[in-house]
Structure formats: structure tokens, C-alpha cells
Ligand binder design. Structure first.
Ligand SMILES: Nc1ncnc2c1ncn2[C@@H]1O[C@H](COP(=O)(O)OP(=O)(O)OP(=O)(O)O)[C@@H](O)[C@H]1O
Ligand SMILES: [Mg+2]
Length: 259
């Protein structure tokens, strides 16, 4: 058995804001296997981005256990978290988060600075990744000289330059027209075909339907997590899902919220 890429067990995240507790995640259990392709859907405010930040080691759970690459984030220092993130995770944000005054090449190369990789090699790898996302002709352009779809592809190249085993994409097509969105999605799927695990948040049911499995969130809980389709495409003998509290349930809705 290979080690799962990410294992979350009953994780919660409560934000403290002006003395008020906001329970954004209320107990989520989720396993991401190597090479997985998971879509997360759910209404605005249901906790999707909060969960993605945790899966990406950008934040820590308030309670519950989170293993990334087999390592329990609760035992890691901030520096160790940063290294784990740099070694394991690529993160694509809805709003790109590119440096506006920096060329595409230097935006993509930035994560390699933290690895102590020399300038020439950084530039070589960044150019290769920009080529891969179809932007070989835009290496010297700055984000404000590029279209939204091009900026999103720069962000994907930056997420990939460290050769992560998991790519987390929070609404990567949310700001794009449908044709550009499809090409970004095709790019993510070609990476997944190369063995990179992809976890993607989307409001688009058609986009979500392309994933190997879908997770539905509501009020900080997973309310629906159909079983993964086996690689062979056969239906599993006993369909099951994992309820937010860890119970195995038949089929589908494991509604953790008291109605
Ligand atoms: N930094 C924060 N401080 C306080 N509350 C927060 C913070 N970030 C998120 N929240 C709250 O946590 C809840 C979940 O937010 P989150 O961003 O995870 O939702 P989401 O499912 O990603 O929504 P959307 O689809 O709109 O992006 C919301 O009620 C939100 O207001
Ligand atoms: Mg969000």
C-alpha cells in the first residue's frame, strides 16, 4: 500500500474574529490518494477554501488530525510546514496571486528561490513550465500585460515548478470564460494523467462531474462523498462513504448537520 498523499481525520477550523468564533469547518474527514482527482463543491461560505488551505499546509486545523505526505502537521514548526508545502503541494488560487510587477518567468521561478536553486536553473525550469502551459511566448510579460486565462496558466506553472505530488486548485476556472476555463481544466487533467493528485474546488457541476469523485460541503461539513470509481471503471461491490464523524455510511448523504 502506498501512503495516501493527504489524510484528514475529523478536522475543524474555527476562526476567531473580534471575539466571535466562526466555525468554518466542523469535522471533516478526507483522504487524497496519490494520483487522485477530487472535486469539492458546495455553497458559498461552506468551508471549501478553508479546507483547501488546510490540505495545502497553509493553515492548521483547530482540532483533528491532518497528515500531509504522512507527516502530522501538528508536530511541525512553521518552517517545517513551509518546507513540506514547498516539497509536496502546488496551490492555484482563484485570484491568481501573481506578483504584478514581475515577469511571468520570475513569478513561476519564485518557489525555487526558497529551495536555494541558482538563477540560471530557475529560469530554465520556469521557461520549460511556461512552455508546458502554452505560454512559451510570454515569459517576459508581466501579469498586467496578460489575459485572465494566461495569468491563471502562469499561476498553474508556478504551482508546478516544484514538481508537487498534489495540486490544489481553488476555483481555477471561476474567473475565466468557458472556453478558457476548459483549456485550464484540460491542463489540470493532463497533469493528473501524469500522476499528480488534483483537488479542485468548483461551482460548476459539469467541471465537478469530470473528477474521479466529488465531495459536497455544507456548513463546514462534508454532506456527500460518493465512493471513488475504481480505475477499471467497475462499480465497487459495497458502495460506501465516510460520514463527517467517521462513520461508514451506505451510498451517499451522510448529513452531519442536524436538520
Ligand atoms: N479569515 C477568516 N476570519 C473569519 N472568518 C472567516 C475567515 N475566512 C473564512 N471565514 C468564514 O468561514 C466560513 C467559510 O469560508 P470559506 O472561505 O472557507 O468558504 P468557501 O466555501 O470557500 O466560500 P466561497 O464559495 O464563497 O469561496 C465563512 O463563513 C467565512 O465567512
Ligand atoms: Mg472559497
Amino acid at each position: 500500500m502506498t501512503t495516501p498523499a493527504i489524510v484528514a481525520t475529523g478536522i475543524t477550523r474555527t476562526y476567531e474574529l473580534d471575539g466571535v468564533s466562526v466555525p468554518a469547518l466542523r469535522g471533516v474527514s478526507l483522504t487524497v490518494e496519490p494520483g487522485d482527482y477530487v472535486a469539492i463543491v458546495g455553497t458559498s461560505g461552506s468551508g471549501k477554501s478553508t479546507l483547501m488551505h488546510l490540505l495545502g499546509a497553509l493553515d492548521r486545523p483547530t482540532s483533528g488530525q491532518l497528515l500531509i505526505g504522512g507527516r502530522d502537521v501538528a508536530t511541525l514548526s512553521a518552517g517545517e510546514m513551509a518546507r513540506l508545502r514547498n516539497e509536496t503541494i502546488g496551490f492555484v488560487f482563484q485570484s491568481f496571486h501573481l506578483l504584478a510587477r514581475t515577469t511571468a518567468r520570475d513569478n513561476v521561478a519564485l518557489p525555487l528561490v526558497y529551495r536555494g536553486i541558482g538563477r540560471r536553473e530557475r529560469h530554465r525550469r520556469a521557461a520549460a513550465l511556461l512552455d508546458r502551459v502554452g505560454l512559451g511566448h510570454r515569459v517576459g510579460h508581466r501579469p498586467n500585460q496578460m489575459s485572465g486565462g494566461e495569468q491563471q496558466r502562469v499561476a498553474i506553472a508556478r504551482a508546478l515548478v516544484t514538481e508537487p505530488s498534489v495540486l490544489l486548485a481553488d476555483e481555477p476556472t471561476g474567473n475565466l470564460d468557458s472556453a478558457t476555463g476548459r483549456s485550464v481544466l484540460a491542463l489540470l487533467e493532463s497533469l493528473n494523467a501524469d500522476g499528480v493528485a488534483v483537488v479542485l474546488v468548483t461551482h460548476d457541476r459539469d467541471v465537478a462531474a469530470r473528477a474521479r469523485r466529488q465531495i459536497v460541503m455544507r456548513d463546514g461539513l462534508i454532506v456527500e462523498a460518493p465512493p471513488p470509481t475504481p480505475p477499471s471503471g467497475e462499480a465497487p461491490d459495497v458502495p460506501h462513504g465516510l460520514a463527517p464523524d467517521g462513520r461508514i455510511v451506505d451510498g451517499r448523504v451522510a448529513d452531519g448537520g442536524a436538520a
